[in-house]
Design a protein around this ligand. Structure first.
Ligand SMILES: Cc1cc2nc3c(=O)[nH]c(=O)nc-3n(C[C@H](O)[C@H](O)[C@H](O)COP(=O)(O)O)c2cc1C
Length: 191
């Protein structure tokens, strides 16, 4: 079994990556393979409504000159998907929104290709707006017919500067429990 984690932060190895890796530690302890994809520095434009994905139905986005199809392929090949984003102006990052819009349509028009995979959203924040970002990630999982595990708190961690989130004990514990629940669920589903 494999989980891919996609970090939508513009900052590589920052708080969102730290949180995803905390979830990964629990998954790996249960023998689940993990892969982290960082969108920082990658070209990821938004959907252009060309509907080529509807026409082609080839499990790919019609825009082929950016990083999107690599992400979609990794999501397609995984049993579980973690989408991580920092809170930017009370929502997810631009790159993560582009991923949701484009992978979202590709998934729906290709026999619901993400259906029944396990999905979890992870959000970091300095202060406010994280719930809205968290809901934006969950909106993707639910419309793609994915199965979403919970944790003891909503999946978020606090921090401003790179590394700050490691000091948020409750946030890190939330990731630990999320990882355990995600592994448990994946094994039960046995996809
Ligand atoms: C453009 C931008 C907008 C931000 N907007 C918010 C915000 O609305 N609410 C908040 O709590 N933090 C906000 N932040 C802070 C980040 O969410 C916070 O620093 C987070 O830990 C960054 O995660 P990273 O290290 O993975 O990039 C913003 C940061 C940037 C760069």
């Amino acid at each position: 079994m494999k989980v891919v984690g996609i970090n939508g932060s513009s900052r590589k190895g920052g708080n969102t990556a730290i949180m995803i890796k905390r979830v990964f530690a629990e998954l790996e302890a249960e023998g689940i393979e993990t892969e982290l994809i960082e969108l920082s520095g990658k070209k990821m434009r938004g959907c252009i409504a060309c509907y080529k994905c509807v026409e082609n139905k080839d499990r790919r986005c019609g825009i082929t000159n950016d990083f999107m199809n690599e992400c979609i392929e990794a999501m397609d090949n995984a049993d579980g998907i973690i989408l991580g984003s920092p809170t930017y102006f009370a929502n997810i990052s631009t790159e993560m929104k582009a991923l949701i819009d484009r992978a979202g349509v590709v998934g729906r028009v290709n026999d619901d290709m993400f259906a029944r995979k396990v999905g979890a959203g992870v959000v970091t924040r300095r202060r406010g707006g994280a719930m809205q970002a968290f809901n934006a990630l969950n909106t993707f999982f639910f419309i793609e017919q994915m199965i979403v595990p919970g944790s003891r708190y909503w999946n978020m961690g606090d921090g401003m500067d790179k590394g700050d989130v490691s000091k948020d004990d409750e946030g890190m514990e939330t990731m630990e429990i999320l990882g355990k629940n995600m592994a448990w669920l994946m094994k039960k589903l046995g996809n």
